[in-house]
Design a protein around this ligand. Structure first.
Ligand code: M6R
Length: 594
């Protein structure tokens, strides 16, 4: 997803902007560029990585500037489509993240008024609108231009020799970071952590005027006040810390994440009361929502809630819910999102609130759009997740879900005590999985030559099969699919054979016997077979080509150890295939468009 940055202060803007952009690379991009002003605007951009841009660009003098990493939506990745974009006279320069729905109409109108466009992007209408409305005051021109725009945006504008940056947002994240006689603007906090940890999150509809000495806000034509937050992520937390890839570092951070998330979070407050009430009188419904990996956490949450609360629970994809989903006002919705900026999730929350539902958010980013929209927010303690592939944020989401449901559980005290004990030991169980990385990497070597891999699981490990497949496909470009094992015979059997390995997640719960049946069926159809089995379970040894042993835990908690195993498997397959693990093609970390 596009990333934007801005700097205004007393230092040279160019190196600061390039550094900030390099910390936004994790969002995914295909081209980049910066503009610097010393009264006149100078722009340099190309369809290259930030490091390449840095090598080739000339030195621009100036202490204010803007920068952009582009994730193509309108027009191919190319120099001309890269941001910043300008007006006809090159007096104003704009970087944009988001999508302008009515850009074609605006472009036609502006063209008929004499404006010349050079790119295929929707974003280019913004500088032309500003040019059209500029009458000596950049902020006013931006405000007027934005009134014409339908869609989503986070923008930074500079130009006309004014010593200010104008930033604005609607449905796309933007943060202002405060320094000493200098200020920064960025799509995301990791971009600016080298310089400051004091941030202000823009609200939807905000227009901020940023100078070296201060920031002022307007919203809906009126002055607005925004509060400052302190970011508690260290620079080190946001960097690779000696690992070859962020993904591997983040996988290895999971024992710490589990401890922090459980230790930090104590159940109290109204939403827990809501859940408690639900489990007591059963009159409300629980709806879990998310996208991608967060949706898989929602699915695991459904199984946890059903077992612990004894209630029927729905888990839905936010993107589907937004068009076809129905919820009654008495529904309690639990929305999961690592970034807190996923457009589909934001839309779903708005839709739920419109019908009067209470919404709880579980997110990793304090101050994110979702956290500000939900009735109640629980912050996971995963720390910054840079790799596009979600790993530690998923585990942190699961920890919150376990705790949340346990705090309201309708189970015997003995069972409750057992579950608390399981959770207490979860970090060391994950460490055990990490200790077996070499063995998992060896298995990955065997699987790396295949172009199609299937994952099967049942019950609470069905979402784990989906997550294993998602992880593998997104970082290794291997076609991977997850199935509920019982569904194989309803179609996927047709695909099995020597070239189609199957990874089966076997758990010692009520599904164990039927999983063994599925494993036999797979074997009979000639697919290479890898089984994840609990310590001491040798029931599939004679059938599997390989077994990976995972620590024995209560089956309810088995998604934790199984998922970490599959994360490592996917990582090592992608590495062996020479894929750019952290920044897979066509993907973005934070999906802020619908
Ligand atoms: O920030 P979110 O959790 O809302 O993001 C949702 C998905 O875009 C995300 O989980 C995506 O599927 C990951 N790349 C998976 O690894």
């Amino acid at each position: 997803m596009c990333g934007i940055v801005g700097y205004i202060g007393e230092r040279q803007a160019q190196p600061i902007l390039l550094n900030c952009l390099s910390h936004l690379e994790y969002r995914g991009y295909d081209s980049c560029g910066i503009a610097v002003s010393d009264g006149a605007v100078k722009v340099y951009k190309d369809a290259v990585r930030v490091a390449e841009l840095k090598k080739t660009m000339p030195d621009f003098d100036g202490s204010l500037g803007i920068g952009h990493t582009r994730w193509a939506t309108h027009g191919e990745p190319s120099r001309v489509n890269a941001h910043p974009h300008g007006d006809c006279q090159n007096e104003v320069s704009v970087v944009h993240n988001g999508i302008i729905n009515n850009f074609l109409k605006l472009k036609q109108q502006l063209t008929s008024e004499g404006h010349t466009f050079v790119s295929e992007t929707d974003s280019e209408v913004i500088p032309h609108l500003i040019e059209k409305y500029y009458a000596g005051d950049l902020e006013k021109a931006v405000e007027r231009a934005l009134a014409d725009i339908e869609g989503s945006y986070a923008i930074i504008v500079m130009g006309y020799g004014e010593n200010t940056l104008i930033a604005a947002r609607k449905d796309s994240p933007l943060v202002i970071a405060l320094g000493d006689r200098e200020n920064y603007i960025a799509s995301d906090v990791p971009a600016v952590l080298d310089y400051t940890s004091r941030v202000i999150y823009l609200e939807d509809g905000d227009i901020a005027t940023v100078t070296a000495g201060g920031v002022s806000f307007r919203n809906g034509g009126k002055t607005a006040k925004r509060s400052e937050h302190k970011v508690d992520w260290s620079v080190e937390e946001a960097r690779k810390g000696g690992y070859e890839h962020y993904m591997l570092k983040e996988i290895h951070e999971q024992p710490r994440v589990i401890r922090d998330t459980l230790g930090d979070w104590l159940p109290n407050g109204e939403p827990f009361e809501d859940l408690k009430k639900m489990s007591e009188d059963g009159t409300r419904t629980l709806l879990m929502l998310g996208c991608g990996t967060s949706y898989h956490a929602a699915l695991v949450g459904k199984y946890i809630a059903q077992e612990m609360l004894g209630l029927p629970v729905r888990a839905e994809l936010a993107s589907e819910f937004n068009y076809h989903g129905r919820a009654l006002p008495e529904t309690l919705a639990v929305t999961l999102t690592q970034s807190g900026e996923t457009a589909d999730v934001l839309m779903a929350i708005k839709r739920l609130k419109d019908v009067g539902c209470r919404v709880m958010a579980i997110t990793n980013v304090n101050g994110s759009s979702v956290s500000r929209l939900a009735d109640h927010t629980i912050i996971t303690r995963a720390g910054p997740e840079i790799s596009v592939a979600a790993t530690k944020s998923f585990l942190a989401q699961l920890m919150v879900l376990y705790w949340l449901m346990m705090s309201c559980a309708r189970v015997e005290p003995k069972r409750q005590a057992e579950m608390v004990l399981q959770l207490r030991h979860m970090a060391s169980r994950v460490t055990q999985v990490l200790d077996s990385e070499a063995e998992i990497a060896e298995r990955a070597g065997y699987l790396a030559k295949y172009n199609d891999v299937f994952f099967i699981g049942r019950g609470i490990n069905y979402p784990v099969a989906l997550e294993g497949a998602l992880k593998l496909k997104e970082i290794s470009y291997v076609h991977a699919e997850g199935f509920a094992a019982g569904e194989l015979k309803h179609g996927p059997f047709a695909l099995l054979g020597r070239e189609k390995p199957v990874i089966a997640v076997l758990t010692q719960d009520a599904t164990h016997q039927t999983m063994l049946t599925s494993i036999r069926e797979v074997k009979a159809r000639g697919s290479p077979l890898m089984v994840l089995a609990s310590e001491g379970d040798d029931s599939a040894d004679s059938l599997a080509d390989f077994t990976i042993t995972v620590p024995r835990v209560d089956p309810l908690f088995s998604p934790v150890v199984n998922t970490v195993t599959l994360q490592l498997l996917a990582y090592h397959i992608a590495r062996k295939r020479g894929c750019p693990v952290d920044f897979p093609k066509n993907l973005a970390k934070s999906v802020t468009v619908e």
